[in-house]
Design a protein around this ligand. Structure first.
Ligand code: NDP
Length: 462
């Protein structure tokens, strides 16, 4: 049997790569992980974590505005110190980078700094920042390089920033224009609006958040608009120019113009595969460059595997983590007493941290109708208790989609405070195949928004 330097060599220190390396190390495998930038990948450095911290920061603005309704007299108008927020976020992220490095140490994973490039089915060349090259071999290679923002080509596109840049903007924008109405565009729009920017979203289609339940999309757009975000549908940029004052001028496809301090292109993400040597080794790629894998995460080249955003199945951190763990069980076996994990992509819960946030599991109403034919929809929208005194007109939407034949809840959707927190527990119930009758038999927690899911009795649509 060939003698390799490592049993597993991981390229990429993000969610999927770190989890796979750590779990393989815990099983006694000889593991190395290559990372050229800060540990933790997109999620830790320029994604989920800083985004959620800034979402909390934006939430304070809402609380300040609501507080007088609860009898609070606020002496001075609250003001955001952007530099303080940035510095505190940066310190926390640096702390997390250190934790990730510590995790590698703890699992006896060799952390290698530099860029990894495939040179064979079991071979990688590591190039360090100082230009040194080192040849490495491994029984298994895992590509977990994640994704990177995609910016479409239009005149002046290089003047737009991406989500990678948003957390450290040198000057807080008075007017932000967001291109794209997906997860990132909508989250950034809500967050920067909450932090004090005037925000305009330009979305090329009929409604933001394509892929989500249609009612959820319309409801979220309406609530974001009520909060003050200017969402323009069927609208796209034709040209972007710098103004002499250092701002940005957008010419839209209908010929109208807009001024902004910052233009964010939140127009999707693509797999980060440049310079990986995929073509040289013959690793097959699919649409948009995603690495094609089989059910065991193996590419068409035996010995080379891939997980996470670079395979683009569901580009979510918890999915990358689960894929990494399932791969390690497949390659090295489960821990004693445990059964090997398999990846199941059904009923993956997800949240969009707009204000108000969205929480969703399973099928949209439209998908359920297609898949199951006869369905029952139970829904309610209401003013949450909090806003009876807060003075805000924000409403909450809860919605269940039920397969009529089996009575199973096949879709669960919420737009409202804490939606992400609330749907997580219901995701367990749905994984267990919960029926509407079982939801009905569950006692609510009063007074909460979550209880609405177990008190929906009236069929809204069949
Ligand atoms: P999305 O695919 O969600 O959204 C991209 C947006 O850009 C869409 O509105 C899309 O329009 C638009 N767009 C794409 N290409 C063009 C173009 N050429 N011109 C104009 N508009 C364009 O991608 P994101 O980057 O927002 O997010 C990527 C992924 O990251 C998400 O799908 C999600 O999996 C993950 N993510 C998860 C988060 C969470 O869990 N909370 C947060 C952020 C990201 P159209 O709909 O017409 O294609």
């Amino acid at each position: 049997m060939a003698d390799f330097d490592f049993d597993l060599l991981v390229i990429g220190g993000g969610s999927g790569g770190v989890r796979a390396a750590r779990f393989a190390g815990q099983r006694g495998a000889r593991v190395a992980l290559i990372e050229q930038a800060r540990m933790g990948g997109t999620c830790v450095n320029v994604g989920c974590i800083p985004k959620k911290l800034y979402s909390y920061a934006a939430g304070y603005a809402e609380s300040f505005a609501e507080a007088p309704g609860y009898g609070w007299q606020i002496g001075h108008p609250p003001a955001l110190h952007w530099d303080i927020l940035k510095a505190r976020r940066a310190a926390e992220i640096q702390h997390l980078n250190g934790i990730y490095e510590g995790l590698m140490d703890g699992a006896q994973v060799t952390l290698l700094r530099g860029h990894g490039r495939l040179t064979g089915a079991h071979a990688v060349e590591l190039s360090s920042a100082t230009g040194e090259r080192r040849a490495l071999t491994a029984r298994h290679i895992l590509i977990a390089t994640g994704g990177t923002p995609f910016v479409p080509e239009f005149p002046g596109h290089e003047l737009a920033v991406t989500s990678d840049d948003m957390f450290d903007l040198p000057v807080f924008p008075k007017h932000l224009v967001v291109l794209g109405g997906g997860y990132i565009g909508c989250e950034m729009a809500s967050i920067f609006h909450g932090l004090g920017a005037q925000v305009t979203v330009l979305y090329r289609g009929e409604q933001i958040l394509r892929g989500f339940d249609d009612e959820v999309r319309a409801f979220t757009a309406e609530e974001m608009r009520k909060a003050g975000v200017d969402i323009r549908l069927n609208s796209d940029v034709a040209r972007l120019e710098a103004t002499p004052e250092g701002g940005r001028r957008l010419t839209l496809e209908d010929g109208s113009q807009l001024q902004a301090d910052v233009v964010l292109s939140a127009t999707g993400r693509m797999p980060k595969v440049a310079g990986l040597g995929l073509e040289a080794v013959g690793v097959r790629q699919g649409k948009g460059g995603v690495i094609e894998i089989d059910d065991d995460f193996q590419t068409n080249v035996p010995g080379i595997f891939a997980v996470g955003d670079v395979v683009g199945r569901k580009t979510l951190t918890p999915v990358a983590l689960a894929e990494g763990m399932a791969l390690v069980d497949h390659l090295f076996g489960p821990l004693p007493g445990q059964t090997a994990r398999r990846m199941d992509y059904a009923d993956i819960p997800t949240a969009v941290f707009t204000h108000p946030p969205i929480g969703t599991i399973g099928l949209t109403e439209e998908e359920a109708r297609q898949r199951h034919g006869a369905i029952r929809v139970y829904r309610a929208d209401y003013k949450p208790l909090r806003h009876t005194l807060s003075g805000r007109g924000e409403r909450t939407l809860v919605k269940l989609v039920v397969d009529d034949a089996s009575d199973r809840v096949v879709g669960l959707h919420m737009v409202g405070a804490d939606a992400g927190e609330i749907v997580q527990g219901f995701a367990v119930a749905m994984k267990c195949g919960a029926t509407k009758a079982q939801f009905d038999a569950t006692i609510g927690v009063h007074p909460t928004s979550a209880e609405e899911f177990v008190t929906l009795r009236q069929v809204s649509r069949a």
